[in-house]
Design a protein around this ligand. Sequence first.
Ligand code: NAD
Length: 416
Amino acid sequence: MAGDGTIFGAMLQEFDEAARILNLEPGIWKILTSPRRQIIVSCPVQMDSGEIEVFTGYRVQYNIALGPAKGGIRYHPDVSLDEIRALAAWMTWKCAVAQIPFGGAKGGVVCDPTSLSRRELEALTRRYVAEIIDAIGPEKDIPAPDVNTNDQIMAWVMDTYSMHVGQTTTGVVTGKPVELGGSKGRREATGRGVMIVTLEAARHLGIEVNGATVAVQGFGNVGSVSADLLAEAGAKIVAVADHKGGVFNPRGLDVAKMIAYARDCRTVDGFPGGEPLTNEELFRLDVDILIPAALENQITLENACDIRAKIITEGANGPTTPDAHKQLHERGIFVIPDILANCGGVTASYFEWVQDRHGYFWEEREVNERLEAKMRQAFDAVLQTGLTYAVDMRTAAYICAINRVATVTKMRGMYA
Ligand code: NAD
């Protein structure tokens, strides 16, 4: 239910707002707010100690009107069906906003990957894939990396699926190593997209990026690349925080050194190039640009009033609660919503899937150029929709997405 305190409820609240403006037919409304398929699996794994642990895994295929389902796999102790369902719905709207021919899905396993050995992680991944094997495939549902999963884990996904079907099937998963059918530029694509839309927003608002101050929450794949590319574009990264703590330096942090530090220490906490900083303090900083790139529900009614940034680019999925978003919008803060801001990752995943199917691979320059064109096109379409309907960027992005998915749903008709 919309607004019931769940993550899926928050997604529905955002959806309903746009659907009302569009005057969406009740039947289509029902279809688009119902997850198509939700799978729960148990994955037994023999641990290094010899004991057997059983891990719970999920895969939700939310909607496949536009094409095969697409969405990442998350490993985290707090993974729940509610969270995965919401993330699968957001993938549906994101693919529609990005104008790529995919539906939306998401997967997750309840585990703490930092406490697992490499062998245990591989065994868990292979068992999880074996449990959902009938539901995935290059024409059905194509996983990708998300929080705490990476290209090595995607290689195990690809190998497990390939062993089951008896042939190497690179197109079953994206975000693979480049040597194994991955795409150049995919690893950086989400952060690159975040950088591109942030520059577009700054241009629209008349903010000079050169010297603009930036705070980033989360320094994994999305946060670190966003910080690195924004610094390259001339912005000054003054604060970064992750699950352990953060650092602040008003003169600017050395992002390249911080990436090396985070690789070795698995956190930015203790980085010697600045003063210690908490996540709470990061949101209160007087910066031009704020990039939440960690998890859901980080910007709430409790801290939204302290935010002073002019632009918020949602690198993470669902970092802002609907009530907090309303408050930010009323205060004139320009929020680039998740389903637009971080769609660079799935766009490059689409490029990877296309290359795998052709067996012909592009140079990084070509990937980056195509990505930039797609991101700008998506940003412009959402901005224009926002101006036409006189709504914020999030509602505008939902209007674009719902329009596209509703149109093809009606074209396809009802199979019964
Ligand atoms: P990651 O695992 O590489 O990094 C996650 C980062 O968040 C780490 O720095 C971690 O320390 C930090 N973090 C975790 N819990 C935190 C907390 N409670 N407080 C502060 N920081 C915390 O994950 P990622 O791939 O960078 O994904 C980050 C977000 O971006 C997620 O919401 C994900 O769904 C979204 N996203 C990722 C991609 C992608 O291509 N990887 C694409 C689109 C959206």
